[in-house]
Design a binder for this molecule. Structure first.
Ligand code: IMP
Ligand code: MG
Length: 184
């Protein structure tokens, strides 16, 4: 059986460093939202943000709701953003008058998150902020204000801790750069 390790070029962020940073983000989010009167809802972007969101909510000490949205940005097996954002699964909750915290795995071109923040504002969210585990600024096409960022990563194809290549490698406990031979 092929091992995931064989396709990894370099481990970029260890499991321990992720856990430490997620804890810090949870403390910061708890502080920033502790005075609010309205609900806070964390909106995870499927599927990549699932692992991050699951760990993050456990580090937040105020009541939060969670919901998920699925959008298409990368086609199966592709490593380039198409620039077209399509909603594949919408929210179950009404976010009107709620504080929305969008939770993303990685911001690359910025197209997905800028589009999603606009949607949340138009739907009447009380506030919209962005939490991303990873920021890959090298290929930014659309400026997005990131309120909570785990780590900055180089312009490599990243996998692990929820982040996939062609639906694989999400179950790695660390964050790694994928070897070019695994996708070329
Ligand atoms: P953006 O619209 O270009 O910012 O795309 C963000 C989305 O592209 C993220 O939610 C990821 O799903 C995906 N993505 C961007 N960079 C990578 C990467 O290095 N590995 C895996 N997925 C990525
Ligand atoms: Mg994604």
């Amino acid at each position: 059986m092929r091992q995931m390790r064989d396709d990894i070029k370099e481990v970029l962020i260890s499991e321990e460093d992720i856990a430490k940073r997620v804890k810090e983000l949870g403390i910061q989010i708890t502080e920033d939202y502790s005075g609010i009167d309205d609900d806070l809802i964390l909106v995870g972007i499927l599927k990549g943000a699932v692992v991050f969101l699951a760990d993050l909510i456990k580090e937040i000490e105020i009541p939060v709701m969670i919901d998920f949205m699925s959008v298409s940005s990368y086609g199966k097996g592709r490593t380039e953003s198409s620039g077209v954002v399509r909603i594949l699964k919408d929210l179950d909750e009404d976010i009107h008058d709620k504080h929305v915290l969008l939770v993303e795995d990685i911001i690359d071109s910025g197209l997905t998150l800028s589009y999603l923040s606009d949607i949340m504002i138009r739907r009447g969210a009380k506030s919209v902020k962005i939490a991303t585990l990873l920021n890959k600024p090298a290929r930014r096409e659309k400026e997005v204000k990131i309120d909570y960022c785990g780590f900055e990563v180089p312009n490599e194809f990243i996998v692990g801790y929820g982040i996939d290549y062609s639906e694989m490698y999400r179950n790695l406990t660390f964050i790694a750069a994928l070897d070019e031979k695994a996708y070329s």
